[in-house]
Design a protein around this ligand. Structure first.
Ligand code: PEP
Ligand code: MN
Length: 335
């Protein structure tokens, strides 16, 4: 439930309502806005009787929100959230960011070379998996802690913030030490214990959409992180499973403007995992920017034909450089 206050409501009105909400056994979360304050009511399961509240001073109206998410919704929080990743700002009103890097960290030479190239082309952050969620156990699983150390070297040499995946609760402390932005992969979107713990640490989180997750499930997953106190969450569309097999997944670009309507959180797009095909990555990157994405996540590798994972969807260096030129021209045109 959301209690919307009159624009001339006083702090005393807000405090009195918060008290009544607490007496009803719920949590009250005042949400100050530029025009008026709203009070979110949390902890209820089902309809809350609003008779008493509607009679109180300063109350304009009461909205009964039946969605499984509240804290991530625009209704609760009309102002856009800007996520700060080691100084790089992501969200409404900021220049869309480009996160570039290989699927997995493979060697010092590979990751440092890529980081310097991404930086040279104007990329904003470096991606690279150290803990890799692979479909089968007999494939390359990532360099784990060694991979994190190599990311730290690459981050230091290039000056780029590090985006890397956290797969399990077991190594959350370790990964959080190295990552500037903690990525939750599609396969873990509903790992609720992991999400809760990420809500308790003070590091931004990149939450990828599950392979078969509806928008409501996606936002409800983000709600787990916000419910524990961490608002620094970026959502990422990375394609969903459909009947189509010509592409690795089906890129659901319509969620970009949709999520901007429903939520205050930034939304990025990963055209690499969405398409699985190198040639489709540049056009879908540009399409994501036109759709209003706050950033993109693009896989790039110095030698994609030798990549230990996701070579077919990784851009070559010349391909990435060319794309970055197109991105700059597009953003200038859109500005
Ligand atoms: C990744 O970005 O490295 C990755 C594994 O992507 P996803 O979780 O979207 O499959
Ligand atoms: Mn990958």
């Amino acid at each position: 439930m959301l209690i919307v206050m009159n624009h001339n409501a006083t702090q005393a009105d807000v405090d009195a309502i918060s008290e009544v909400v607490k007496d009803m056994g719920f949590r009250a979360e005042p949400i100050p806005g530029s025009e008026r304050t709203a009070i979110g009511v949390l902890g209820n399961h089902g309809y809350v009787d609003d008779t008493k509240i509607l009679e109180m001073s300063g109350v304009q109206r009461v909205l009964h929100v039946s969605k499984p998410y509240k804290l991530v919704s625009r209704d609760f929080h009309p102002e856009p959230t800007i996520v700060d990743v080691a100084g790089v700002k992501v969200g409404q009103g900021c220049r869309p960011v480009v996160v570039g890097g290989p699927c997995a960290v493979e060697s010092e030479e590979q990751i440092v070379k890529t980081a310097l190239f991404v930086k040279k082309c104007g990329g904003d952050m470096l991606r690279g998996g150290a803990f890799k969620p692979r479909t089968g156990p007999h494939t390359f699983q990532g360099l784990r802690e060694e991979g994190l150390k190599l990311l730290a070297i690459a981050g230091k040499e290039s000056g780029l913030p590090i985006v890397t995946e956290i797969m399990s609760l077991d190594n959350i402390g370790l990964v959080a030490e190295y990552a500037d932005l903690l990525q939750v992969g599609a396969r873990n979107m509903q790992n609720f214990d992991l999400l809760r713990e990420l809500g308790r640490i003070r590091k931004p989180v990149l939450l990828k959409r599950g392979m078969s997750a509806t928008v409501e499930e996606f936002l409800a997953a983000a709600e787990y992180i916000l419910a524990e106190g961490n608002e620094q969450v970026i959502l990422c569309e990375r394609g969903i499973r459909t009947f189509e097999t010509a592409t690795r997944n089906t890129l659901d670009l319509s969620v970009v403007p949709l999520i901007k309507e429903l939520s205050h959180l930034p939304i990025m797009v990963d055209p690499s995992h969405a398409t699985g095909k190198r040639s489709l990555v540049p056009p879908m990157t540009l399409a994501a920017m036109v759709a209003g994405a706050h950033g993109v996540l693009v896989e790039v590798h110095p030698e994609p034909e030798k990549a230990l994972s996701d070579g077919p969807q990784s851009l070559t260096f010349p391909g990435f450089e060319h794309l970055m030129g197109d991105v700059k021209r597009l953003l200038n045109y859109l500005a």
